[in-house]
Design a protein around this ligand. Structure first.
Ligand code: GYE
Length: 311
């Protein structure tokens, strides 16, 4: 629908927006929760949500965006699997006067090619994780292995940078191995198994930094199968704060996680409402909170609170 037509519609009736959502897939518990909450809130707000699952492939996301444009949706939500390669399709959306909102990951394209982006400060998350480890090892030598997120995604790039910023100047901490586990439990376990084999059965590893909890949960399994105690022989710090990491924290098998809210859709829908109601332009970045949780934060209680929230 053209912007003007929608604006005139909006002035006469409640906003009945049609929104296309290109979701990456369901590689992690966090991603599944984001999908649940995006659908639930569309329902509650009377938004007609067209959902497309890209199965982790950028070309499927680009196809979905082109289909939404052809359908003439009022707005597009997209969680961009990687940061590059979006200019052409975002230009097509702009020409069609369809505002695009990015969820939880960023793109390298010009900011004028999207209305706003809702997400956390991904560099800060990595720094919070690194700062926790620096404090925890307290000057002792510590070889770290790193499970990176999806190659080329903004969280993988930024969470690595933030963690390295935290370790700068602390030569007792060294990242000895770093590889992508693609944000999944399966791959996280596989890659951790290879790290353990390569590092004397894990005797040479003091800590694991995983870019998300799902890879950490897979790695915890691998550490146990190697006869070591995760959370003690190998410290475990990760990001997302999904329910299952709180079970690991409660069992002493993980040590810290940095929370990422799966509710990116709420701020996105609010921005779209204001935009269609009276043309209000949101800031280009709507930042969500990042909070550190450790074993000291009553993980059992947090698990009970979180497990119903769409995960
Ligand atoms: O941390 C992970 C998901 O894009 C920041 O994607 C998000 C990440 C999140 O696979 O669980």
């Amino acid at each position: 629908a053209t912007l003007l037509a929608t604006l005139s519609l909006a002035s006469t009736s409640a906003l009945a927006l049609t929104v296309g959502f290109s979701q990456i897939g369901s590689e992690s518990g966090w991603r599944a929760a984001e999908t649940t909450l995006t659908k639930q809130q569309a329902e509650q707000r009377g938004i007609d949500l067209k959902f497309a699952d890209a199965q982790q492939k950028q070309e499927n996301q680009i196809k979905a965006l082109r289909s939404f444009i052809a359908q003439g949706v009022d707005a597009i939500l997209v969680a961009p699997v990687v940061a590059t390669g979006w200019d052409a399709v975002l230009k097509e959306a702009k020409e069609a006067e369809i505002p695009v909102v990015l969820l939880d990951r960023m793109v390298d394209s010009d900011k004028d090619l999207y209305l706003t982006a809702v997400g956390s400060d991904l560099v800060h998350e990595g720094k919070v994780a690194g700062d926790w480890l620096v404090t925890e090892v307290n000057g002792k030598p510590c070889n770290v292995v790193e499970l990176q997120g999806t190659t080329g995604s903004s969280p993988a790039i930024d969470r690595k940078n933030g963690f390295e910023q935290a370790l700068a100047g602390h030569d007792n901490l060294k990242i000895i191995r770093s590889q992508t586990g693609d944000f999944t439990r399966t791959k996280g376990k596989e890659v951790m198994e290879s790290f353990l084999k390569a590092e004397d059965g894990g005797k040479n590893i003091c800590a694991l930094y995983a870019h998300n909890d799902d890879m950490a949960v897979g790695a915890i399994q691998a550490i146990k199968e190697a006869g070591l105690q995760p959370g003690k022989d190998i410290l475990v710090v990760s990001i997302d704060a999904v329910p299952d990491i709180f079970l690991a924290l409660a069992a002493g098998e993980a040590n810290a996680t940095v929370e990422l809210t799966p509710n990116m859709a709420g701020p996105a829908y609010d921005a779209l409402d204001a935009f269609f109601k009276d043309g209000t332009l949101p800031p280009k970045f709507i930042q969500t909170e990042s909070k550190l949780y450790t074993q000291a934060d009553d993980p059992k209680k947090v698990y009970e609170e979180k497990k119903g929230l769409g995960y």
